[in-house]
Ligand binder design. Structure first.
Ligand code: AMP
Length: 255
């Protein structure tokens, strides 16, 4: 993704007086959901909940990996196929029960099927925040990027296993090949970040996630943004639009 000098607010400046509520980041694999979630998390001081990260942690946990769910997770992750809704929904329910989600959270990679979206809508209206308050309505943000750009981003992506910094060998390489600039750790490539697995991930996305986008578009609390904008410009757009949505909601509530 191109870089820009455009200033986005510093972490914590917004956090004290703004509750973003539930924000869904949607987009094809490589659209930049993780990068944007990281930036927004720092500014809003709310957690990023990535189902991909939760599933990778489950697969890598020596105890969980021995369970039937651990084994199913490992095999589906390596092929790019989706896990069954009931397993992923249960993992998300467990995470949403933690008190750090009270002011809001950023869901990254969930919901990916209509079944997950319907479960989430129901869960957020039926199950209060851990502090007992009702949650704000969801705003869904769809980040759109062209296929060729996605391919470069996915096959070029390298991750630091220590600080989680994300590099790209084409557009944002580390200073020393294969090593993290921040802590020197050896960079890793996800097993599913290959062209062959990407094809399957895109197929799953088109078949199962496109209806989810239409579901949220129809609800009205939906944004479609250009994922080829410079990273910080895109962050600034998301901040402004979520602010606008929440301000409009507050006006309605005070009528
Ligand atoms: P991600 O890191 O979001 O690209 O997810 C990596 C992989 O985890 C996907 O290709 C799926 O195999 C699995 N996965 C992540 N999120 C979900 C979800 N919401 N539903 C089903 N499978 C998922």
């Amino acid at each position: 993704m191109p870089q820009s000098d455009k200033a986005v607010p510093a972490a914590g400046n917004i956090a004290a007086h703004f509750a973003p509520g539930p924000v869904l980041l949607m987009g094809e694999p490589g659209a930049g959901k993780g990068t944007q979630a990281h930036a927004l998390m720092g500014i809003w001081q709310v957690p990023q909940i990535s189902t991909g990260d939760i599933l990778r942690a489950l697969r890598n946990d020596p105890v969980q990996a021995q369970t039937p769910l651990g084994q199913l997770t490992a095999s589906l992750l390596s092929t790019g196929k989706l896990l069954p809704d009931e397993h992923v929904n249960a993992l998300v329910a467990h995470r949403l029960a933690l008190t750090d989600t009270n002011r809001g959270f950023i869901l990254d990679g969930f919901p990916r099927t209509l079944g997950q979206a319907e479960w989430l809508d129901h869960h957020l209206t039926e199950v209060p925040e851990p502090d007992g308050q009702m949650r704000l309505p969801v705003v869904a943000v769809n980040i759109h990027v062209s296929y060729n750009q996605l391919l470069r981003r996915i096959t070029g992506r390298r991750n630091c296993p220590v600080c989680k910094n994300i590099y790209n060998v084409y557009s944002h390489p580390p200073k020393f090949e294969g090593k993290c600039d921040l802590d020197g750790a050896l960079l890793e490539q996800r097993v599913d970040d290959t062209e062959a697995v990407m094809e399957e991930r895109m197929r799953a996305y088109r078949a199962q996630t496109t209806p989810v986008i239409e579901h949220y578009r129809a609800c009205g609390r939906f944004l479609e943004l250009d994922g080829e904008l410079p990273e910080s410009d895109l962050t600034a757009r998301i901040l402004a639009e979520i602010d606008r949505f929440r301000a409009a909601g507050a006006e309605r509530e005070s009528l």
